[in-house]
Design a protein around this ligand. Structure first.
Ligand code: HEC
Ligand code: HEC
Length: 273
C-alpha cells in the first residue's frame, strides 16, 4: 500500500518535472521534413477533431494563421501539448518528448512561409499546370508573364504559408485581396465593362479589364455598378484538379520568390522583378 502511494507520488513528481523541464528548450527537430510528416500523422489522429485537419480551427483555435503560433516559443508549445491548457477544452497529451516535438514541428510548418517549408508535390509539373491546362496564367503574372485580374504571384512563396496557398485554391472567398474585387459597370451609353475595381470613390471608379486596360469612369456617366459577391478566382479547382495536381501546383507556388538565395552572396541577386 505504502509502496503504491510512493509510486504515485514519484510519478506525479516526474510528470511535474517533465512539464517544467522545457524552460527555454528549442525544438530539436525544427524544420525536418520527416518530423513534419510524422507530426502530421499524429495531428490527424489526435488533434484534427478540434483544430481541423489542416489546423484551420474548429472547437480549438486556428493553428495555421501564424499569429498564435509564430509568437510562441517552442517550450510554450511543448508544454501546451503535454499539459493541456487548464480551464479550457485543450486536453493534456502524455506522450514521449519526441512525438510532442514532431507535433510542434508540424504546427510550425503550417504558418511558415512556403518557401522555407517542404511540400510533397513536383514544382516543375505544377509550373506546367500553371502556365498550361489550369489556366492560372490568364489571371496571374509570374515574373512578368501572365494576366492582371489576379494578384502577381512572383513572390507568393515568401509571403504565404502552404496552408494559406491551399486555402486560396480551395476557398477563394475566405480572404479577399485588396484591389481585386470583381465588378461590372453599365455605362449610360450602353457599354458593359467588367474587371477588377482598382479605385472606387463617390465620384469615380477605375476598372482594370482582363486585357489590362484601365478604364477611369465618372459615376455620373454610369447606369449601374455591380460588385461581385464572390472572388473572380474560379471556385471549382477542388473538382478540376486531382490530389497530385493540387500538390504539384502548391509546390510550384511555394518556390516563387523574387529573392534567390545564393550561398556566399548575402544580399542575393534580385529577380527580374
Ligand atoms: C477536445 C478538443 C481539443 C483537442 C483534441 C486538441 N486541442 Fe489543442 N486546443 C483546444 C482549445 C479549446 C485550445 C484553446 C485553449 C485556450 O483557451 O487557450 C487549444 C489550444 C491549443 C494550442 C495553443 C496553446 C497556447 O497556449 O497557445 C496548441 C499549440 C494546441 N492546442 C495543440 C494541440 C495538439 C497538438 C493537439 C493534439 C495532440 C490538440 N491541440 C488537441 C482544443 C483541443
Ligand atoms: C479568372 C481569374 C483567375 C484565375 C483563372 C485564377 N485566379 Fe487566382 N486569383 C484571382 C483573383 C481575382 C484573386 C484575388 C482573390 C480575391 O481577393 O478575390 C486570386 C487569388 C489567388 C491567390 C491568393 C493570392 C494572395 O495574395 O494570397 C493564389 C495563390 C491564386 N489565386 C492562385 C491561383 C492558381 C494556382 C490558379 C490556377 C490553378 C489561379 N489562381 C487561377 C483570379 C484568378
Amino acid at each position: 500500500m505504502r509502496l503504491h502511494l510512493l509510486c504515485v507520488i514519484a510519478m506525479a513528481c516526474l510528470a511535474a518535472w517533465a512539464a517544467d523541464d522545457k524552460g527555454d528548450a528549442k525544438n530539436p527537430l525544427a524544420g525536418q521534413p520527416e518530423a513534419i510528416a510524422a507530426g502530421k500523422k499524429l495531428f490527424v489522429e489526435g488533434c484534427s477533431g478540434c483544430h481541423g485537419p489542416n489546423g484551420e480551427g474548429g472547437r480549438g483555435p486556428n493553428l495555421a494563421k501564424g499569429d498564435l503560433i509564430r509568437g510562441a516559443t517552442d517550450a510554450h508549445l511543448f508544454s501546451a501539448i503535454r499539459n493541456g491548457v487548464p480551464g479550457s477544452d485543450m486536453p493534456p497529451f502524455r506522450m514521449p518528448d519526441e512525438k510532442i516535438w514532431q507535433l510542434v514541428t508540424f504546427i510550425r510548418s503550417l504558418s511558415a512561409p512556403a518557401y522555407e517549408s517542404t511540400a510533397p508535390g513536383n514544382p516543375e509539373a505544377g509550373g506546367a499546370l500553371f502556365f498550361g491546362q489550369s489556366g492560372c496564367v490568364q489571371c496571374h503574372t509570374i515574373r512578368g508573364r501572365g494576366g492582371v485580374l489576379g494578384p502577381d504571384l512572383s513572390n507568393i512563396g515568401r509571403t504565404r504559408s502552404y496552408a494559406q496557398l491551399r486555402e486560396a485554391l480551395l476557398d477563394p472567398d475566405a480572404h479577399p485581396t485588396e484591389g481585386f474585387r470583381g465588378v461590372s459597370v453599365l455605362t449610360k451609353d450602353g457599354r458593359t465593362i467588367s474587371g477588377v475595381a482598382k479605385d472606387n470613390t463617390n465620384y469615380s471608379i477605375a476598372v482594370l479589364d482582363a486585357q489590362g486596360n484601365l478604364h477611369l469612369l465618372w459615376k455620373k456617366d454610369l447606369r449601374e455598378v455591380t460588385f461581385h459577391q464572390k472572388s473572380l478566382m474560379p471556385h471549382d479547382y477542388k473538382q478540376r484538379l486531382s490530389r497530385d495536381q493540387m500538390q504539384d501546383l502548391l509546390a510550384f507556388l511555394g518556390r516563387q520568390s523574387v529573392r534567390v538565395d545564393v550561398p556566399g552572396d548575402e544580399a542575393g541577386p534580385k529577380g527580374d522583378h
